[in-house]
Design a protein around this ligand. Structure first.
Ligand code: CDP
Length: 220
């Protein structure tokens, strides 16, 4: 346990509400928020922009060696350029799991994530935070929701962003495929840590979930 610091891990599948909830908790508790999915997304952006075949492991690893990923004030920088918006494109969502299952990619990201958590009070969200990245976190949460509800949320987000050339059914299929790859990969698959609190957010508002987590942390 990190006795003198507050370290919170949040894991779960796409669309369970992790990042929205983690940001709110970070604000309430005045601690750092680290979005580890953004890091895998940023590297995926680099791979797609460099026109190399997504199955060409040698080329991907070469690219990894010359990649820097940083967070500054909750913004993500890829090789010095801020990429918050580009990494949310659907083309990234549809390719990221393919990149995130590569062992060397995970090793580099996990090392970076652990460094970011070394001296700060943090809340970190992802797929393997409670199991691999921060196994000694003081609090671990596993957020879930039905796949239909998660697809509905993602669809709504895209519509709000003005993206209309995609259907709910497509999103549902994409999320199912991503869940499949993330849960079945060899290196640190999406798993609930044994000691995590499970929260099903299907019928809960964001604020209800935030309150539930805060109550647990404050021991109420
Ligand atoms: O926001 P959303 O739930 O769509 O996904 P994300 O948290 O941005 O993560 C994007 C992808 O990165 C996931 O589907 C995983 O393939 C990968 N990821 C991972 O493998 N390990 C993490 N700790 C975080 C994300």
């Amino acid at each position: 346990m990190n006795s003198n610091r507050l370290v919170i891990a949040i894991d779960g599948p796409a669309g369970a509400g992790k990042s929205t909830i983690a940001k709110k908790i970070a604000d309430i508790l005045d601690i750092e928020y680290i979005d580890t999915g953004a890091m895998y997304r940023a590297f995926t952006l680099k791979v797609l922009n460099s026109n190399i075949d997504i199955n060409n492991l040698d080329e991907i690893l070469k690219l990894l060696d010359t990649t820097t990923i940083e967070f500054k004030n909750r913004h993500i920088y890829l090789d010095g350029t801020r990429v918050d918006e580009e990494i949310r494109n659907n083309i990234i969502s549809n390719n990221v799991s393919q990149i995130a299952k590569i062992k060397e990619v995970r090793e580099k990201m996990v090392e970076l994530q652990q460094k970011l958590a070394i001296s700060n009070n943090v809340i970190m969200d992802g797929r393997d935070i409670g199991t691999v990245v921060l196994p000694n976190a003081n609090y671990k949460f596993f957020l879930t929701a039905s796949v239909e509800e998660r697809a509905k949320r993602r669809y709504k987000e895209l519509i709000q962003k003005g993206i209309s050339n995609i259907t709910y059914e497509q999103i549902l299929e994409e999320i199912k495929k991503r869940d499949e790859i993330d849960s079945n990969r060899e290196v640190s698959p999406l798993r609930k840590s044994q000691d995590a609190y499970v929260i099903d957010t299907t019928n809960k508002t964001i604020d209800e979930t935030v309150q539930e987590i805060i109550s647990i942390i404050e021991g109420r």
